[in-house]
Ligand binder design. Structure first.
Ligand SMILES: Nc1ncnc2c1ncn2[C@@H]1O[C@H](COP(=O)(O)OP(=O)(O)OP(=O)(O)O)[C@@H](O)[C@H]1O
Ligand SMILES: [Mg+2]
Length: 321
């Protein structure tokens, strides 16, 4: 459904007509998405997710590489690509002066869908996204969650082969987010191919069959969520915030490294990260070793294997920072 090879986007920043900087927003990425797949692009702010989706949906021109949607080159035939894709952008671009139903009908009319078909399809999608009761109210009175559901319904009105969603649950409360996850899950179960970007690792983990992790314009990992989580050496992470002199900390790190099941220990700026194959009893051992050396622990956190841990392992930074 999607083939991407060596895709690149360099933004040139000019001041007074002179080039001052080049930003490699997308820096030579490759991936494929199969028909029927639910595929996720996970990465922190500025990773290049929106630029990538922009290229795949013909809104941004790449500066290198190729991207095919359903076998069609996005650069050569953007019009044909547009007919096959549904796009839910990051920003709210609904017409607030129209009702929910009218937003759907006008979109379908623009795509040349006949009146009977578009009315039937609008009713089906309003039902699927639990908007039927409020369908004839103006969008200006919709909640954030309702507006987001309507944006997705609208993107599906012309029956696209693939649905693109850019950070669909950002800004939603946890309840609306979970409701939306359920709807997207059902949509995919009915056969809809979905490409989603997110910076929520839980969203990628729960929804996507495969996840590509993006950072600074590059793909740093791509696999099923369970394989990705398994790939972290010592997937359990214990973080200790500590206060003590440098030599005490390095003595503590050395002692922590010798504990059973500990795979790796990093110590930086008063934060010790312990990667281990299991976590039982480990925190107690770590606290004991710290006490013996007079190292004060001000905060401790234990995490199960997660995509967050993988990102931390690959980049040394947190996805959430
Ligand atoms: N039109 C533009 N002109 C110049 N630089 C841009 C432009 N659009 C994006 N960038 C830069 O390209 C990089 C990638 O941005 P992009 O919006 O693709 O990231 P993102 O992963 O979607 O981030 P976010 O999570 O904040 O939405 C950033 O450094 C951004 O500042
Ligand atoms: Mg973005």
């Amino acid at each position: 459904m999607i083939i991407v090879k060596g895709l690149q986007k360099i933004y040139k920043q000019k001041r007074n007509g002179r080039l001052v900087a080049e930003i490699k927003a997308v820096d030579g990425i490759d991936f494929e998405v199969a028909r029927g797949e639910f595929f996720g692009l996970l990465g922190p702010n500025g990773a290049g997710k929106t630029t990538t989706i922009g290229i795949l949906t013909t809104r941004v021109l790449p500066t290198g590489g190729i991207a095919l949607i359903d076998g069609i080159d996005v650069m050569r035939d953007p019009v044909a690509v547009k007919r096959r894709i549904g796009v839910v952008p990051q920003a709210n671009n609904l017409d607030r002066s129209l009702t929910g139903r009218e937003n759907l009908l006008f979109h379908a009319e623009y795509f040349g869908i006949d009146k009977r078909t578009r009315e039937r399809r609008a009713a089906e999608l309003l039902d699927l996204f639990q908007l039927s009761e409020r369908a004839d109210e103006k969008v200006s009175v919709y909640s954030g969650g309702m507006a987001q559901r309507l944006k997705i319904a609208r993107a599906l009105m012309h029956d696209p082969a693939i649905l693109f969603l850019d950070e669909p649950t950002t800004g939603l409360d946890p309840q609306s987010r979970h409701a939306l996850w359920q709807m997207l899950f059902e949509l995919n179960a009915r056969g809809q191919t979905i490409f989603l970007t997110t910076h929520y690792m839980e969203e990628a983990d729960r929804l996507c069959q495969r996840v590509a992790i993006m950072d600074h314009g590059k793909l740093i990992a791509l696999d099923t969520p369970s394989n990705l989580k398994r790939s972290v050496p010592g997937g359990y992470l214990i973080e200790l915030r500590v206060r003590a002199a440098e030599e005490l900390l390095s003595s503590l790190s050395t002692a922590l490294r010798k504990l059973p099941n500990v795979v790796d220990v990093h110590s930086m700026d008063g934060l010790i990260r312990l990667y281990a194959n299991r976590s039982e009893g480990l925190l107690a051992d770590a606290v004991r070793l710290a006490n013996e050396r007079g190292v004060l622990i001000t905060d401790a956190h234990v995490a199960e294997p997660s995509l967050e841990t993988l990102f931390l392992h690959l980049t040394g930074r947190s996805l959430r920072e």
